[in-house]
Structures are given as C-alpha cells and as structure tokens.
Design a protein around this ligand. Structure first.
Ligand code: ANZ
Length: 813
C-alpha cells in the first residue's frame, strides 16, 4: 500500500470513530464497573514520539479496548508533561519562547497519536504548562505550605561555575556539567523543600491511619524490583546513636559528639573516629585544633566533590588527622584518634562515625592506608585479608563475648541506654524533596516576600500566579523570573511597595505528582478535582510506563496521595494499584537507540511504509512487554502479511451455517487464550494465538461469517484500523468497538495435546501423546498398557514412581 493510501485509510476509519461520540469517552455517570487505565503522560519533545512511547501506549490501548468491549466504563486519558528543561535550553540557543516550541511539539505528538489510533478520551486532555493546570500545582504548594510541609532552607546544590547555574543531579553526572564539561562544585543556596520524609512511616491523624511510603508498598501489585528500588531509595537503617566524649590535648572533656551506627555490636572494635569535613565541631573547637591549615585545605578540596564521588567505594580514601582532639570510646574508655574524611557525609546520620576497620570495608581501607589498628570483634571472616562485614560471634568484646550479632546488638543498645551513652535509632537515606529550580519554564512558586524578607503565601484568589513573559533566555545562573519587570510590578501592586516575588519555579516532578487526579475533572475551576469524581475513578487501576520512573515520579506521586488522604481530600492511600513497565526497545544492532549513533527508528517512517496496525502489533509481538528487545526489521513483514491475509480471506466469507467442529473448538480456545493474555499483559502470546487461528481459517474453502466476525472482534484491540475497515465491509453500520467481547464456551474448547515422556530408571523409553492435565493415576494406566514398558519392566519389582505433571513419569526398578 502506498503512503497516501495508508493515510487515507487512517482518516476514513477515524471518520467512523468520530461519528460515535461515546466510543472512547469515559462516562462520569455510568453504572458500569469503572476501570482507570493510565499512561505516563509524555514530555512533548521536539523529536516526536519514539518507538518506546508506541510500545507502552499500544499496551494500554489494547487493554482499554478489550475492557470496554467487556462492558467496563474505561477512563483512558492522555496529556502533556509540558514544562521542562529541553524547551528552555532550546530557547537559550535560539531565542524561541518555550511556550511556542511546546505548543508545536504537542500538536505533532497528538497527530501522531491519532495516526496510531490510540483510543484516548481527548476531552480530558491536560497540559501542565497551561495556567488552568498550574493554578492547581500552585494550590498543592500552598496546601503543603499551610501544613508545614513546604519550607525553605539552605542546601547544597550542584553548581556549574562556568554556566553559573544550578544543575540537577542528572545534569551533573560524573561531577561534570552536561553542557560545558566544567567540574561541578557544591554551593549553598536557599531552596524550597517538601517534607516527604514525614510520610515514610505510618501515622495516625484525626483517628485515621495513614500508611507510609514503606508499608504502602505491601498493598500494591507492582513489579517486585520496582518496590525494592523504592525501599532502597528510602533506605531505612536500624541501629543506634552512640555518644563519644571529645577531649583536648590536655585530656580535658570539651564536647560530646554523637555517631550513628548500624553495628552497635562492634563498638569494642572502634579504633578511630571520623568527622565529616563540614562537621560543626571543627568550627567550635578551633582553638584546640593544632593543624588548622591542613584541615582547611582538605575542606576546600571536599567542596568540589559531589556526594557520588565522595561515597564511591572504589575511590581511594583520603583524610586528615586532627591534631589536638581525641575521642573516648564509651565502652572501654580508650582514647582514639579523630580524622576528617570525605567518605563521611554531613547529611547522613549525625555526620560523624565510629570507625571499625575490622568490619567495615571503607574503614578497613582507610585504616590500612593510615596504619591504624584493626581489631577483630566478630568472628567469621579473615580480617588479615579483608573486612568481615557479615554476622558472627563476638570476641574481644567484654560483656558481648560469645553472643551472636543480633543478640549482641540488642545487648549493646540496652547497655548504652542504661548508662545514658546512647540509644536505639533509625536513619533513612531519603531526604526532603528539593523542589525549587532557578529556571523559567516551570510553575512559579506562589510565594512573595515582604520588605523584611519574610515569605508569605500568595492567597488562592490570585492563582494562577502566572509566568511572566518579559524574560530573557540566557545561561547566566540567575532565575530568569528575577529579571521580569512585569512580575515585580504585579507583586508590588497587589502586596505593596518593597514586596518582591519568589523567582524560582517548581521542579516539573511536582506537576506530574498529581496529574492523574486532574483527568477525572480536567476543567474544574474551583477545585483540583471534584471529590465525587475522584471517588468515582481513583485509584488508578493500571499504570504503564518506563522503568526509569521506578523511584522519583512514583515516590512523589505516592507522597502527594498520602498528603491528600491525611488532610481529608481523598479516602485512599496508594494512587496506582497495578503497575507495569515496558522494556526498552533497542536498535537493530542491540545498542540503545540514540541520535548520536544514528540508529533511531522513527515510528512515522514505519507507519508510512507499513501502516499503524503493523507497527503496533509488531512492537507487541517483539517479545514480553517488560523485556528489553532489539528491533528486527525482518519481523515487521511477518505481521504485515498476517494482516493482509486476514483481509484476503474476506472473499471466502459466507453467510451460511458451516458445520466445522474443529474450527469451533479452536475459536473458543483462542478467545480464552487472547482474553487471558490481554488481562495478563502477555500481548505477544495473544498475537501468536491469533496467528494460529488464521492459519486454520485459511485452510477452509468457505468461512462462516459469524466465526470470521468473532475473529475480527478479538483481533480488533490489536489492529483497530484493519478490523474496523473489514467490519464495515461486512456491512455493519456501527463501529466494531460497540461489540461485546465474545465469551468462550469451556465445553467446546479442545484440550491441548502434549507429549508426555516415559522413563525407566531415568532413561527415555517411550512417549504418550495425550491431553494436558491428566492425573498420575490416569497416566500410570496408559503407561503400563504400553508394550515397550511391559518389556522393560519384565515382572521386576517397581521401587519407585516419579511423576511430573504434564511432563514425565519415571519408573525406578
Ligand atoms: C560502625 C560500623 C561498624 C558501621 C561496622 C558499619 C559496619 P547504612 O546501612 O548505609 O545506614 N555511617 C554512618 N553515618 C555516616 C555518614 N554520615 N557518612 C558515611 N558513613 C556513615 O550505613 C550505616 C553505617 O554507615 C554506619 O554504621 C556507619 O558505619 C556509617 F562494622 O558504624 B557503621
């Protein structure tokens, strides 16, 4: 088919679908069971859709179409995660306003989605950069602020000294600026945070239990690896805080410094003490420290390193011994040296550690380098060679000797608490969420400052607090909003002379933390969404998207949902009940598709050559949805022919009864298989079943119209354009998508045949061609009837029979 013909057909089919207004519309009032099927809304980049988008959007499209035909009221919306860096960087390069590029990109994305035939309810389209949307993003900020969940504090950020700008972690990978490759430094800036850490554990509020980010994971059907990634990101560690006395060179006690340890059982093995280079004691104890110069130099060097570089296990450990201070190990009163070293971070625990080189890898390496004593306190490894970090039995440990690690931990915590030298403690890796960005293309933070510099929330009646237009796009490091005259004047006009606006915008992850609420009520001007509509549609039943969002987006969305539950806006705790990821589609050469390698497959090109159904079905047929799989251009032809053959046999279709028991049986087992596979996201095997059925159909001289129609219906979610086109050719007046999904009759289903192996003493001696699912008794009966088996057994005594269902029987004689 020519490109022109393909495009014509797409248009013709859409005409049919557009005629029926309710075909893909989610009905707020219907009594049918609801199903909310959500795609991750895309960032409308200038490159258009890529094959990965097509993969996940096809999966949810098949799923949605199937459930609509099953009688569900399906909400399947789409929208645009439209704020973000690429459009702003493009503006810096070209001067074209991000609003213009974004609008153009959205138009292209939408037309591509139409071309691919996705069955979205476009009446619910949202755009996170639209003031009618970000008004509510700002409202969420105020909700956080009102409840003490948004606050401002100084924080270290990645800073590129050349571009003079803050960089997100992803833009500072390997410690270098993405744009100019300059070494990134850490800079302290005043920033806005959301208190996500308040929601890690369960809490009770107004008599209601709000499940936390950890325990909530037990209630959702998500890939285990994704749940684990979230748990690791939260990083809960249980252990103890231990107090160490610090003494000066005259052995006078001058201060107490606390450490956090997950291994209080190893306290007898602490042979030195380490402070983070940022630790406040370095300032308070200046007069006691003798090698201040050396220390200052080390601190300066540390400032240039990112957290990642500091904690890299492979990196050589460095540090400086503090002359003039020592620490006292509380359990044996021994004085131990104090170091500063950058492998200890100020942001984690207490910013100080007791170092136990025998049982911690980093401490071991450090102790070897600086010649510090290594004392074994847990038996189990070989500390001459390396640190033993596992569990074992305590030695050289006074009252802990002979105890197992778990018991020793408890006993030590008891001892610390009794002597007021420490206490049980829990630490998390998760930090509060830094949401402010020194950027233009985002939702403005709805805060103004009075002439004294105190922040005030902007009253709701002034929302949306609009992005000003009079800004310049240059990479100079300041927030572009700070140069807007209009914004400054607007602020002074409303709040008074000397007042100034907040000039940072919000991280785009804030916009995407609540968008799935907005689809339920996208045009609401009074609320982010009506409570009744939220109750009708949420939680999301099925969410499909890339595994790159296993941590941040999903964690932030869960946090927002928990906040809403806590303050009574909703009555559920987890936003996404079922989650699935699509695997990456690799280039034909097995590498990641990338523009620089020139190996990107463009979905537009495939559609022009083969049509949208072929592209989508091909992507589904590549392999299991969640697997990474390389593109294989040859495979497309197989799908293309399958669809052509489906159409070709139309000429054999007869409107008369044709007795064909075998075909009936196969049809019913195909319906069963396709239904179950769609429900389980196994689209590739569903397509195989459709192919097997077509092979059978083709063998017939005449084909019964009813059987052919049923085949078209179960094919339609996979190849909606073709199925609709043929459906119309069959003389149907309405769209095929009004049809009910066929039910299978279990009595008509042909049992699947399998080859069953018969072994004697583990050697294969014979086979049975039987139906699947026979019991051991039935199999034994068939086996012992076999002549070969009789011959081998030859009246010998049977010692044992091993039976593996649907696979083999092994007779041991
Ligand atoms: C003594 C000890 C002995 C430790 C031992 C480990 C093994 P996670 O599991 O990541 O929570 N630590 C504590 N605060 C730190 C900081 N700010 N920067 C770098 N390291 C820090 O690890 C907790 C362990 O990491 C703590 O337990 C501490 O070392 C170290 F055989 O204390 B441990």
């Amino acid at each position: 088919m020519s490109e022109k013909k393909i495009m014509q057909e797409i248009k013709q089919v859409w005409k049919i679908w557009n005629k029926e207004k309710n075909l893909y519309r989610a009905n707020d009032f219907s009594k049918k069971p609801k199903l909310y099927v959500l795609d991750m809304f895309p960032y409308p980049s200038g490159d258009g859709l890529h094959v990965g988008h097509v993969e996940s959007y096809t999966a949810t499209d098949i799923y949605s179409r199937y459930f609509r035909m099953k009688g569900f009221n399906v909400l399947h919306p789409q929208g645009w995660d439209a704020f973000g860096l690429p459009a702003e960087n493009f503006a810096i390069k070209t001067g074209i306003h991000p609003a213009i590029t974004t609008k153009k990109a959205i138009k292209r994305f939408k037309s591509q989605m139409k071309m691919l035939g996705f069955s979205y309810d476009w009446e619910r389209e949202i755009n996170s950069s639209d003031p009618s949307y970000y008004k509510w993003t700002q409202w969420f900020f105020l909700l956080m602020y009102k409840n003490g969940l948004a606050y401002k504090k100084k924080a270290k950020v990645n800073w590129c000294p050349k571009c003079k700008t803050v960089l997100a972690n992803e833009q500072a990978e390997g410690g270098k600026c993405e744009r100019c490759e300059t070494k990134v430094i850490q800079k302290e800036l005043s920033q806005w945070f959301f208190k996500i850490t308040d929601f890690i554990e369960d809490q009770v509020y107004n008599g209601r239990k709000i499940k936390g980010l950890l325990s909530g994971l037990d209630d959702v059907d998500w890939p285990e690896s994704t749940k684990e990634a979230q748990r690791n990101w939260i990083g809960k560690s249980e252990g103890a805080i231990v107090k160490f006395e610090i003494v000066n060179s005259k052995s006078q006690k001058i201060e107490t410094v606390e450490v956090f340890t997950t291994r209080p059982d190893t306290l007898f093995g602490a042979t030195y003490f380490v402070l983070a280079p940022e630790h406040p004691i370095l300032k308070t104890q200046k007069t006691n420290i003798k090698n201040q110069k050396e220390i200052n130099e080390y601190i300066k060097k540390t400032r240039k390193k990112t957290e990642l570089e500091r904690t890299d296990l492979a990196k050589e450990k460095t540090g400086v011994k503090i002359e003039g201070l020592k620490a006292v190990n509380p359990v044996n009163k021994k004085t131990i040296p104090i170091f500063i070293a950058d492998y200890v971070l100020m942001e984690y625990g207490t910013g100080a550690i007791m170092a136990v080189p025998a049982h911690d890898e980093r401490d071991y390496e450090f102790a070897k380098k600086y010649n510090l004593p290594i004392i074994e306190v847990v038996k189990g490894g070989n500390i001459k060679k390396e640190a033993f970090v596992g569990e074992g039995i305590n030695v050289n440990s006074g009252f802990l000797n002979g105890l197992k690690t778990k018991v020793a931990k408890e006993k030590m915590i008891e001892w610390l608490e009794k002597n007021n030298l420490g206490k049980r403690a829990v630490q998390y890796k998760l930090r509060d969420w830094l949401i402010s960005r020194q950027r233009y293309w985002g939702a403005p933070i709805p805060i103004v400052y009075d002439p004294k510099g105190n922040p005030h929330p902007i009253p709701e009646k002034y929302l949306p607090w609009k992005l000003p237009k009079d800004v310049k796009f240059e990479a100079k490091g300041y927030s572009p909003l700070s140069k807007s005259k209009e914004l400054k004047e607007r602020t002074e006009k409303i709040f008074g002379k000397g007042w100034r606006p907040e000039v940072d915008t919000m991280d785009t992850f804030v916009c995407s933390s609540w968008y799935y609420f907005r689809y339920t009520d996208p045009k609401n001007k009074k609320e982010f969404a009506n409570k009744k509509l939220i109750e009708k549609w949420l939680p999301v039943d099925v969410y499909v998207g890339g595994a790159e969002h296993t941590v941040l987006h999903l964690l932030y969305s869960r946090f927002f949902t928990k906040v809403l539950q806590k303050y009574g806006y909703i009555n559920f705790n987890e936003p996404f009940l079922k989650l699935r990821h699509q695997g990456i589609i690799l280039a034909p050469d097995g590498q990641k598709m990338s523009k620089s390698k020139g190996n990107v497959i463009n979905p537009d090109d495939i559609v022009k050559e083969y049509g949208p159904d072929t592209l989508k079905m091909y992507e589904m047929f590549l392999g299991p949805l969640e697997d990474a799989k390389p593109w294989d251009t040859k495979g497309i032809m197989g799908i293309k022919r399958f669809l052509e053959r489906t159409e070709k046999i139309l000429s054999k279709v007869k409107n008369k009864n044709i007795e064909d028991k075998n075909l009936q049986g196969l049809l019913h087992s195909t319906i069963k298989k396709v239904s179950e596979d769609i429900e389980n996201f196994k689209f590739n095997t569903a397509i195989s079943a459709l192919m097997i059925f077509l092979n059978e159909l083709e063998k017939r001289k005449e084909i019964n119209k009813k059987i052919y129609s049923t085949f078209l219906i179960i094919l339609s979610p996979f190849a909606p354009f073709l199925a609709e086109k043929i459906w119309q050719k069959l003389g149907n007046k309405k769209s095929i998508f009004n049809e009910k999904w066929p039910k299978f009759n279990p009595k008509l289903i042909e049992k699947e045949k399998i080859t069953f192996l018969i072994q004697i003493n583990g050697k294969l001696r014979d086979k049975l061609e039987i139906e699947k699912g026979l019991s051991q008794k039935e199999i034994e009966k068939l086996t012992f009837q076999k002549e070969k088996v009789k011959k081998y057994i030859n009246q010998k005594k049977i010692k044992k029979i091993i039976f593996v269902k649907d696979k083999l029987i092994n007779i041991v004689i």
